[in-house]
Write a protein that binds this ligand. Sequence first.
Ligand code: AMP
Ligand code: MG
Length: 453
Amino acid sequence: MPEQHHPDRHRSRQAAPESHGHEHGHSHVGEDLLTVEDAFARIMACFRPLDTESKPLTECLGQVLAEDVHSPLDLPSLANSGMDGYAVQEADIRGATAERPRDLNVIGVVAAGYVSSQTVAPGVAIRIMTGAPIPAGADTVVPFEETDEVQRRAQGLPLDRIGIRAGLRRGSNLRPAGEDVRRGQLVLEAGTVIRPAEVGVLASLGLSTARVIRRPVVSILSTGDELAPAGAPLNPGKIYDANSASVAAAVAAAGGQPRLLGIAQDNLEDLNRRLDHSAGSDLIITSAGVSKGDYDIVKEVLSRRGDVNFWSVRMRPAKPLAFGMLRGPNGGPGTPLLGLPGNPVSALVAFEMFARPAILTMLGRRRLARPTVSGVLAGPIHNADGRRVYARVVVDRRQGTYFATPTGPQGSNILTSMSLANGLAVCPAEITAMKAGETVQIVMLDWNEEVDL
Ligand code: AMP
Ligand code: MG
């Protein structure tokens, strides 16, 4: 079976039981070599939608509605005008033309937001603005363009009379009460993802809050003696911590609530102290210290604090990965911990493949996969060691065809090549190289507005 380009395809699969005699063998005690799908299934088995909360509508973007919403009112609540014009009785204007206009007496004006106390009787019109309730007696609105209002104004004539220059179907330019939504109607179902349009629909029903599945709190911890926080001076041998910031941004973009735990030095006390600050979070994401060659203080702390496994995933970038449950206080339910690799590109790609779907699941979202497109590769992808490659590419569209151009050196430390990319082109594990011109599947990270798509 060919490898799928996105693990989401396999999300119905049951988590494989933990075993160290895994089919791909293992390269190190406690280190399983897993396919992307296996790692995905094991991780996703630990996540469920969270509990619900009621909160201001304007803060619900991307969250999932937790209850059905029935309308408390008709929308619109009153029949109103769809145009600026004159409210009339259709029978009065039947057969009117530009040459033979029908003159009506204008008895008043009604603007949006006001209800006219006057009645449109035969031979009478009321000037009306878009959105204003239709006055009693009227059944049709004649737009300004179908009247002689402009000519009357030009001639300095008073607007107490108006010539109607066209007959219209009865009901023209009139929006009936309940046209959009009827009182009691199911407007939005539980499970709906709240986008700006849903915010608008709920607000139009007069609602200022919504009951939604709450956002997961995601604690983020960078580890490594070499790391310095942005804004601090950079001493020799040190590097700035990229992952805290990029992972926090990725958490927020996925709809989670990032909580920064800072940088832990590679020692027991600092790691433990900072991990203690993760209490109450729904997911802990660490970076670095999980690969084979690493000084294994991070591994030691994670193993001691819970049931965390260290994996090698058959993918590039982001081969080393840790996942498991950290014990809760006094034996309470634990908190899932995902240990991302330290290299900044690996961290973001592993986040994309494993953390983002987990966060979406906690949010109650059901569609976990990014959209993928099929495109033409515009440069080679090399695959030396039988892992699935996620190559950073910039995708654009020319004459209706997507082209995926690798964004440059693909080292997992080259973060700028991630910044240039809007997609990840997938080279299957068993294919050693892909050439320009070949068809490739591309996971779209975003539909970058700077690129012609
Ligand atoms: P490790 O997984 O600890 O072996 O780290 C792999 C590489 O990623 C090393 O070159 C680290 O210096 C680098 N690295 C680890 N954490 C970060 C971080 N937060 N920001 C930038 N680079 C990092
Ligand atoms: Mg390290």
